[in-house]
Design a protein around this ligand. Structure first.
Ligand code: DQA
Length: 148
């Protein structure tokens, strides 16, 4: 099983960026914990971060046929990007959306996710741990799909 992990704008600054909201772990550290969990599950992960919407759209567009699913924190693009939502719908790969913070407890403009309706599920509010929770959820989802 092969899963693509995508992280959007400013997530490369995790650790230094608003630590009260996002925690003190850097993205590399969070991705390493996820890699360790994936190894235990026998799952292969490829991780990609970009500050550019088009680069994320392209990665999703190329994912079909190579990956079984996607774990995605679109960051600020969550609330603005029809292009990312359309990319997810176009490839029709199961995607789990992750947010470190609980966006519903924050400013109103963060309450809407344009990408979530194109996902099988969403995990938020558990910091970096959310990525591992998303991985567990997505792997179980993919296994149940194979059994059907
Ligand atoms: C975020 C929440 C977004 O609203 C914000 O723009 C981010 C991070 C999160 O992981 O909590 O950049 O996606």
């Amino acid at each position: 099983m092969k899963i693509l992990v995508l992280n959007g704008p400013n997530l490369n600054l995790l650790g230094k960026r608003e630590p009260g909201l996002y925690g003190t772990q850097g993205l590399d550290e969070i991705m390493s914990s996820m890699q360790a969990a994936a190894e235990q599950m026998g799952v292969q992960l490829d991780c990609f971060q970009s500050n550019e919407e088009g680069a994320l759209v392209s990665r999703i567009g190329e994912a079909s046929g190579t990956y079984d699913g996607v774990i995605f924190n679109p960051a600020a693009y969550t609330h603005t990007s029809i292009a990312l939502r359309d990319a997810l719908l176009a490839v029709d790969l199961p995607c789990v959306e992750v947010h470190l913070s609980n966006t519903h407890r924050r400013e109103e403009f963060r309450h809407t996710s344009l990408t979530a309706p194109a996902c099988v599920g969403q995990i938020m509010g558990f910091g970096g741990k959310g990525y591992v929770l998303a991985l567990e959820g997505l792997v179980e989802y993919l296994q149940s799909m194979k059994e059907d």
